[in-house]
Design a protein around this ligand. Structure first.
Ligand code: G3P
Ligand code: MG
Length: 409
């Protein structure tokens, strides 16, 4: 459904750097979201954050903003992995990230029944961590002993679901398992390095499948400069993998989260279904006035929110548009690596602009748009001249390799 005067606009809000800075709401965020609730304008939250169930996460956001939200309008980095439950419900999976029992509980809540954490390995393998001084107490407190020893347990999948805390242990475990025979800790595959096999024999011996979410390299917190996010862990791991395989093999993995297409497909479905359910209107409803025409992605990170929205080709005819704010990763006065359809100071300005008509007048067909400061934004183009807005260094596909130039969507 192309945008027209008979359709409604909708929003997808990034959270960190748009609505929140660490635990603090960004000025104007609360009032802006409340206004949309009052006006019954459809929106979803689309964040690369994670580590809690959608229900718990949206409740936490609601608490911080002093508003109430339905869990159905929340899409976070690992939300698409609900679709993996059927495959791994009764296989043992290793989950990484977060603290305490947070990620174990999350994986159980999703429906994964056999979940282990790095701390569990620490409990059982006395010498698995060569430098445990700073984290021993933590792992001993939170690790669990399992009935069947982990040494005899096949790890079928590894999910990195939140930012790892003890990078050394987590990286060691992932590399160990990717080099193992069949996903058994303490083994090494004899196929590793075999030039006659695909990928030099690496990851050819029924090792666990590796799943990442949240490709963000950095994110906006209360610190002056952005901090490493989950994507930084993946980059570091790819570096170790390159060395461990003497640059012979690509690390094979899947990734979801913005800017991947998989996540935008999920987000769009969520927006459509939620809008249908709550307003009795969907993209094929009889009442054209409430059909969604255009979706504004409001984000602070050009390499996540902006390139994701620019690149996405809607499955149900929505027109996705990107709006970059200056309250997070993107710094006012600098040139973003991916050009948004529009740039504003903050979320309040973004929504006011969209409600006032947004690009209806000028920018739908890719022409530049005047900003208040006189600069010109391109539309559906990027600084490297790639009109699709795709980044040559971002992996936008659901399946990746450690070769970062590989953009296979
Ligand atoms: O860890 C969260 C962070 O990488 C980004 O969250 O809301 O900006 O997508 P968000
Ligand atoms: Mg953000």
């Amino acid at each position: 459904m192309a945008h027209s005067k008979d359709t409604t606009i909708a929003f997808a809000f990034d959270i960190d750097g748009v609505l929140m800075k660490g635990v603090k709401p960004i000025p104007g965020a609360r009032e802006t979201i409340q206004k949309l609730q009052d006006l019954k304008i459809p929106f979803i939250f689309l964040t690369n954050g994670g580590g809690l169930t959608e229900e718990a996460h949206v409740a936490k956001l609601g608490q911080r903003l002093d508003l109430t939200f339905d869990k159905r309008l929340f899409v976070q980095s690992h939300t698409p992995y609900h679709d993996r439950v059927a495959e791994y419900a009764d296989k043992t999976v290793l989950v990484l990230g977060g603290h305490g029992q947070q990620i174990r509980d999350l994986a159980h809540a999703y429906g994964f029944n056999k979940v282990v954490t790095p701390s569990d390995f620490f409990q059982e393998f006395e010498h698995i961590h060569p430098f445990p001084e700073m984290t021993r107490a933590y792992h001993l407190e939170h690790g669990r002993r399992h009935k069947a020893p982990l040494r005899d347990t096949k790890i079928a999948a590894i999910f990195v679901w939140s930012s790892p805390r003890d990078w050394m242990l987590d990286m060691q475990l992932v590399i160990d398992l990717l080099l193992s025979r069949g996903g058994y800790m303490g083994t090494r595959s004899s196929k590793n390095g075999d030039a006659s096999l695909p990928n030099y024999g690496f990851q050819q011996d029924d090792q666990p499948k590796l799943f990442f979410c949240n490709p963000d390299f950095e994110w906006a917190t209360q610190h002056e400069q952005p901090r490493f996010a989950q994507g930084a862990f993946r980059e570091a791991l790819c570096g170790l993998w390159a060395h461990a395989t003497r640059n012979k093999a690509k690390m094979q993995y899947s990734v979801v989260g913005k800017p991947t297409e998989a996540t935008y497909i999920y987000a769009e479905g969520t927006l459509r279904d939620y809008h249908s359910a709550t307003h009795g209107t969907g993209s094929d409803n009889d009442n054209p006035e409430r059909r969604i025409g255009r979706v504004y992605m409001i984000g602070d990170n050009p390499e996540s929110d902006i390139v994701g929205a620019n690149s996405y080709e809607s499955r149900c005819g929505f027109e996705w548009r990107s709006v970059l704010v200056e309250t997070g990763v993107h710094v006012a006065g600098t040139v973003p690596i991916h050009t948004p359809n529009h740039t504003v100071r903050d979320v309040r300005e973004a929504v006011e602009w969209a409600l006032a008509g947004g690009e209806c007048g000028s920018n739908v067909n890719g022409e530049g748009e005047d900003r208040e400061d006189g600069a010109t934004d391109g539309s559906r183009s990027s600084v490297n001249g790639d009109v699709s807005g795709r980044s040559s260094s971002s992996n936008l596909s659901a399946v990746g390799t450690s070769d970062t130039s590989n953009v296979s969507d």
